[in-house]
Every structure is written in structure tokens, then in C-alpha cells.
Ligand binder design. Sequence first.
Ligand code: AHR
Length: 624
Amino acid sequence: MSSARAGRRRAIRSLLLLLASLALGSCQPEGRKAESLHFLIGFSQANLSEPWRIAMTEEIRSEAARYSDMRIIYTDAADSTGRQIEDVNRLMHYGIDLLIISPTDSRALTPIVREVYSQIPVIVLDRAVEGYDYSLFIGPDNERLGREAGGVIAELLGDRPGRVLEIQGRSGSPPALSRSQGLREVLSKHPNIKIADVIVADWLRDTAEDKVAAQVRVLPRIDAIFAQNDAMAFGAWRATSTAGRRGIRFIGIDGLPGPTGGIELVRKGVLSATFTCPTGGKESVAYARDILQHKEGIPKKIFLRPSKVTPDLLLQIRSAESISREFRAAPGRPIVLGFAQVGSESEWRVANTKSIKTAAAKVGIELLFEDGKQHQENQIAAIRSFIRRKVDVIAFSPVVESGWDEVLKEAKAAGIPVILSDRAVDLKDDSLWLSFIGSDFIEEGRRAARWLVENSKASGPVNIVELQGTIGSAPAIDRTIGFEEVIKDYPNYRIIDSESGDFFRDQGYEVMKKILLRETKKIDALYAHNDDMAIGAIQAMEEAGLKPGKDIIVVSIDAAHGAFKAMIEGKLSCTVECNPLLGPQLMKAVKDYMSGKDLPIRMITSEEVFPASTAKLKLAGREY
Ligand code: AHR
């Protein structure tokens, strides 16, 4: 930035802070000093015509009002991408310290968000931009919302043949696509239910009402209408009621409070169900402060938990709230966290254990740590012992995805919340766990494949050997899915052999040795689900007279020290980061929960890709 521009920014910023401090000074409680005002935040909102976005802006306003040391400048892009780019430029001109943006259009806003992120932190709200050039994304899990809506429709319609009208938000927008995908995923398992028609109504009540009114005469029987937000569901209800169509069940999303919000529509019987779709406004202010204060434990992506709202649940809600308040009361002694670890199979796991123990000690959380030694039964026994010892919170890294129903039901019955650390579970009932903190393993698999495709640039066949992690574990399942998703578009890239090395170095060695003996085709690349197995396989290749990294491209996941060493020696081609330093995030989540805050359903850590060419430079700054 030119010095003239920097000077102008400073002047505008001082003026704004002065105005803000004067305004605050007149109405501030005793002790909240205007001179302590030092965070200037810009909030660029996509529009203020949708009730959900109005609620988001209000949430930001009321959360920010709690702090005397920050001021937020608000802009409304009125749903115009061009205007939103101008808004962001104007906010930057004012000298903001951090930008919060809820984009109108993910793709179109990506370049400006990237540019701003090269200068100040950026929090992206609701609709993600492309890539990872921002500090933090906060949003709802849209696919899950669609799946949950599909589940409700299936329950409401039962076994009888059912016809569903789907009303979508803005065409092609990521939430509209993901909600629709989630709905279809569930309904595809119910062949008696068909999506009879789709209407696009841009998230607006009146558009939905007009379009449904025009369509309702020609549409034969409809049993349920799923609208991707409550406003459109209400519009559809008005249109069908006017047309005298009865017996249709309406399902929406947003679950806003207030006289015209979705919760009231459920209470009045207009909607059979809605789902709260937290706006993230409150969280964005809290995280903005944490980022600006350089706090530890900031994730890269946060997905907020939706809740189903039905007439029955509304009747129960009072008691549910009081139970959780009672449970979360501060214990008046150190918080006790029970942690059941997978084992110590890899450099990654050792670093993960160290991070958890160090972070607990740092914040004064009493940690009961059990090592599962790679066996699910040991982890289940550990969780049962935590329940008996009445810990405040249980966290664990499940060795495999399935088989946790019983023990997690026991934890729920005992009123102890469970946080999944590093690995996910595959359970029907996701109320059995509170939050997940870890990596996006599918994305790691994609990154490994993308790197391989971009850096081998081969037109002839590329034969790949895959060394999988523990069979049935989340990282092994997802890293295969992500890798295959990318290479399916390149028919010359083929996995010719795939076997598990259980994430252990010695098993990576043994398995690769066997593969090298039995494989008759030329092996061009090795894709190992972790660095340890890759390092074991490198030894097997060398013993077989091959030059790993040259004769065979080697790509692995974790980015632990051993991988950097192997890259510097020219034996490993690339490692994709999987961050084991989850301790600070986990302890923050435990403390937040115990202080009465709601936790996101998923918190995804920040990660990079390290090709061998960067190894020397990057190794020095790495903690594990
Ligand atoms: O769950 C994370 C995986 O488990 C790591 O990638 C692997 O090294 C570990 O053992």
C-alpha cells in the first residue's frame, strides 16, 4: 500500500474511532473508557431483505454492544455483487482491523476476499468463498439441514406414496445446492416418496407465494412442501390455503424467534417442522475478538448445529433448557475432562497426545487420559470409567467410525457431553455427541490427488499403490473417498493395489515389501494415508533397489517431522498437512461449553500442502 494511502487510512480510522468513542462515551456505564476503543471491524452484509440476514445483523449488533473497545461499520449490498465489492473497498479505505463478510455470491467475491485477507483477518459468514484464503469460515451445515428435512418428510409420510414440492432459494447458490442434495440423499432411500416439482423462489416469501399460486392449479396431489427457508414455506402455505388445497405438510428452515419467525409458524400449526439455522452473528464477533487478540485455538471452519423444531418439541423446550443450564453450572473446582486416545501408532498421534496434555495443563483442566492401544474395547472401557467417575466432559478420538451407540447412550443418560476429537463416528443419532474438532479428511485426500495430478502431468498410465490407514477409521475411509473423487476425472490415473498398513511405520514397510514382490505392473506413485506408512514403504523400495521420490512418486498425509526429513533427502515427494495440535481448540471448546456457550457441531482446523521443494524452508518453524 502506498504511504499516502496508509496515511489516509489512518486519518479516516482515527476520525471514526473518535466519533465512535464520543457516541459511546455518552451512554457508557462507569468504567468503560472510550479511550480503550481499539478494534474497528467492517461487516459487509449481502442483503437486508431476508429475515434470516436481518437476524444475523441484529445478532452482530447486540453481541458487539457488549464490548466498549470495538466498533462495527455495517454495509448492505442489497444483493448486488458489484455493490458488495465496492462496500468492501470502502471498508478497507476506512482502515478496518478485520472484515466480516457474508457474500452474495461465493465465486464472484473470492478475489476481493483473497485481496483483503492478504492485509487483514477475514471472517466469512454463511456462504464460503472458494479456496482457503480467509481466517475463518462460520456457517450452517446445509447438507445436514437438507438431510434432516428429508428425514422429517419420510417420518411424516410413512410408507404411503408421497409427492413432495421443493422450493429452493437462489438458483445455484451453495446453500440451495447443498440443502437440495441432502434432501435428495435421504429421499432416495424412500422409493415411495417422489420430488414432484421444484420451484426457485430466491429465498423470498412473496416470490414463493406468487410462483406456488401460479403452479398450484396445474399440480396434481402434493403431500408435502419443503421450502429451503421458512419465509418461502410461509409464502407457499398462503398460496395453497388461498387455492383451498388442504392436507399438505410444510417443512421449512431457519427457526427464527419472533412473531413472524419459523418457531411461531410451528406453534401455530402452519409448519409441521422447521430447523434452527444459527446465523453465526454472535460467534463471528466472539471469534473476531479472539483473532484480533491473537488467541490460541482458532479453527479454520466452523459449522453450527441445527435443531429440529416440531410442535411436540416446543411443548418440551422449557424443561430441556433448565436441564442443560443446571448441568452446565460452574463446578466450583477444576473442570475434569476424560480423554480416550486411539493409541500411539504414529508421529502424528504422539504429537496429538502431547498437544492435549500440554493444553489441559496450561488452562488448568484436570485431564484423565486413557490410551486405547488401538482397540475399540479399550476406548469403550475408558469412556465407561469416565462416566463412573462423573467427569464434566468426555472427549475421544474413535479408532473406528462405528460401534459407539451403546456407550454414547450411557454418557448421554449420565448427562455428560461428548466431544469427538480428530476422528468422527458414524451414528444415526447425532445428539449422542456434542461437537467434532479435527480435520477435513476428504479434503486431505483430494489435496493429495490434486498434487499428484498437477505434478506428474502424465498422459500415459499412472499406476498408483495406496497404503490405507486403519480399516473402518474415519481418516482411512475419507482419504480414499477424496483421492478417488479427484482421480476419477483422469482415467489414466489408476489405483492398481490398495492395502491397509494400519497407520504404522513397520506395517507400511511390510505391506509395501509384499506389494513390490507381487505387483507385475510398473508402479508410478505411492499414496500413503500417513507419513509413517510412507516412510516404512520408502525403506521397502530402497531395499528393492528403487529410488523413492524418483522412480516412484511418494505422496502422504500428516506433514510430521519425519516426512520433512524424507523430503529433504529427496525420498518423499509431497506431504499434505493433517494438524495434530488440537489441544488448544479442545480445551477452548470444553471451557466454552462449561461457561454455558453453545458449541459448533464441527470445527475444522487450518491445514496446508508441503511439496518437497518447500521442506527445508518450512521445517524450522514446525512444532511436530
Ligand atoms: O486420525 C488422524 C490419523 O491418525 C493420522 O493421519 C495418522 O497418522 C494417525 O495415526
